[in-house]
Design a binder for this molecule. Sequence first.
Ligand code: NAI
Length: 699
Amino acid sequence: MTAKYEVHGSVAVITMNNPPVNGLGHSTRVGITDGLQKANADAAVKSIVLTGGGKAFSGGADIKEFGSPKALAEPNLLSVILAVENSSKPVVAAVHSVCMGGGLELALGCHYRIAAPGCSVALPEVKLGLIPGAGGTQRLPRALGVEPALNMIVSGEPVKSELLAQIPGQKLFDKMAASAESLAEEALAYAQAVSDTRPLPLVRNLPCKHPNGDAYFQFARNMVKGMAKNFPAPGKCVDAVESATKKKFDDGMAFEREIFTALMFTPESRALRHIFMAERAASKIPDVPEDTPKRDIQSIAVIGAGTMGGGIAMNFLNAGIPVKMLEMKQEALDKGLATIRKNYEAQVKKGKLKQDKYEQRMGLLSTTLSYDDLKDADMVIEAVFEEMGVKEKVFKELDRVMKPGAILASNTSTLDVNKIASFTKRPQDVVGMHFFSPANVMKLLEVIRGEKTAKDVLATVMAVSKKIRKTAVVSGVCDGFIGNRMIEQYGRQGGFLLDEGCTPAQVDKAMEKFGMAMGPFRMGDLAGNDIGWAIRKRRYQEKPDMKYSKTADLLCEKGRFGQKTGAGWYDYVPGKRDAIPNADVVKMIEDHRASLGITPRKISDEEIVQRLVYALVNEAAHILEEGIASKASDIDMVYLMGYGFPIYRGGPMNYADQVGLFNVVQSMKRFAQNPLDDAKFWQPAPLLARLAAEGKTFN
Ligand code: NAI
C-alpha cells in the first residue's frame, strides 16, 4: 500500500507515499480510504490530517496507470473524495511542494486546508486536452472565486500557494503554515483545534456567483477561442466553470463528467496525451538501462563558430556551462562571437534577458585558435564544413588532444558517423549530436548512435540534452537520420505535385491548413533550396533509377536558393519573411510540365495532404523496421519538435494510427496507380503492411 497511517494523540495522519510525486494510483487511493475507515472507527481519534510524504502533497493521477483499467478501478478518485467529504471526523489537508490535478481536487474535498508557502498549485488537465474530472471545475471556483479559478483551469499553469492565499475572500486555504518545515506540526495543531467543530464545512456548499456572469463568460469565451484555435478543451473549461455558477453542485459535477468523457475521445486530447508519454519515452533507450553511470560534463568545446557552432554554444552558456570555441582564423572567431552577442542583445532589448544574465553568459565563453587549449574540456561538439576531409582533420586533432573519457560529438547532418568515429582511436567516445537550425531555438536534438558508441556516452548525452532543454531522440546511422531521411520523400512528393498541376502556393496552403507550421516550398526557401539540390545531385549518381521531379533543379539553376538570395519558390522583401508568389516561377513550372507532355489536372487539398504525410509515414515505417528509430513515438517527437508538425495531430505516426493504417495503405495503393508518381515507393513498407493487415497501430 502506498499510504501510511499513524495516530498522534487524538489526530490520525494519513500520508500518501507513492514517489516521486504521490500519484493517486490505485494502491494510494485504497490507502487513503482504508485510513479514513480506521480513523472513523477509532474512538480515540478526533480528527484526521491528510498529507503527502517526500517531495509533494500529490501531483495528481498516476501516469503509470494512464489508459489502464486500474486508473478507473474502485475506489476511483471521485469515490475517494466522497469518502473524505463523508468522514464524520474533520479531515485537514496539509499541502506542500506540489498540489496539482487530482491532488488539488482531493484537497478541495477535505473539510480544511493548510498550506506551506512555496507550494505549486495547479489544475493542468487542459494541457492534456482535458478538463479536471474530479470536481475541480466545480469546487475551485467556489473556493477561490470564479475568475482566478477559471484562469488557473484554462491555463493549467501553477500558482504559488502564498499568492493564492492573498486573494480576497478565498476559501482555498484556511491557514498558511509559517514554513514547509513547520507544516506537519502546525497541521496537527490545526486538526486538534477544529476537532469539535460541527457541522463540517464543505467546499460544495459554498456559494458560486459572478456579479456579471453572462458578460464575463462571453468575454472569456472570446479570449479562449482566439488562443486555442485547434483545441476544444480550453473552451470546455469555460463551459464547465460557468455551469458551477448556474447549476446545483451535483448537476455541475454531472456536466463536468460529461465534458471530461467526451474530451477523452477527441483526437486532440489523444494527441496531447500521446506526446506527454512520447516525450518521457524518448529519453529511454531500450538497451541502455536508466542507472547507466554518466560521465561528468562540466565544460564544453565547440569546433567552428559558424551558423550552427554559435547556436550550439549558446545552449550551453544558457545552462551555465562554460564553452570554448575554436576556429582556424581570428576573423572567423570574431564574426562568430559578434553573432552570439547580437543574438543576446536582441533578447535584452526585448526584455527577455536581464543585462547581468547576458554578461554572466558571455563571461562563460572563451575562444581559441589552438587545439591544445581544448584538452581539459569534458565534451567537444564539432560544427565545421560538411566535408568528410575536413571532419577527418578535425577528429584526428581531437583524438590527439582531448583527455581520455572526453565525449567527441559531431553535428554532421548527412555524413556517416561511423566513418567519422573511425578517424579516432576511441570510436566508443564518438557520437552524433544533430542540432536543428537555429540551434539555440529549435527544441529537437537527434542523437546519432554509432556502431561503437558506448552506452555511457549515450546516457551522458541524453542527460546533457535535458540540461540544455532539448528533446533528444536517438537515431541510428543512415543517410539523413530520422528527420531528413523522411523529409526527402515528402519533398519528392511536393515535386511530383508541381509536375501534375499544382502551384507551390497551393501545396503550401493545403499543408498549412492541415496544420504544418510551413508548407514544403516555404520551408525549402527558409532552409535554402541549394541544400536539397546538392543532395539530389548525389542521388542522381547513387540511385539513377530513383524518380525525381526536375522542377526544383530548374529553380536552383536560376540561383533562386530561397530567403538568403531574396528569391526562391517565392519572392522576399529584405527584412521580411512574407512569401510573395512569383509569376515567372509559375511559368517555369508550367513550361516544364508542357515539355513533359503532362496535361495539368485539378488536385484536391486532401490528395496533397495524404501524399505528403503518407510519404513521411511509409519512410518512417522502413526506419522503424531497420531499427534506426527504436519506437514510433520517437519519430513523432522528431516531427513535432523539429519540423513543425501540428501538435494537435500528435506526429505523423500518431496521425496515421488515428486515420487507421488500413486506410493509409489503401490510399498508398491508389497513389501507386498514378503513372506520374513513384509506384515503387508507394509499396507499403513491410511493417506498415503487416500492422494494417493485423488491424494494429504503430504506437
Ligand atoms: P557554417 O559554414 O556556417 O560554419 C562552419 C564554420 O566552421 C565556419 O565558421 C568555418 O570557418 C569553420 N571551420 C571550417 N573548417 C574548420 C576547421 N578545420 N577547424 C575549425 N573551424 C573550421 O556551417 P554550418 O551551417 O554551421 O554547418 C556546420 C555543420 O553543421 C555541418 O556539418 C552541417 O552539416 C551541420 N548542420 C547544419 C545545419 C544548418 O541548418 N546549417 C543543421 C544541422 C547541422
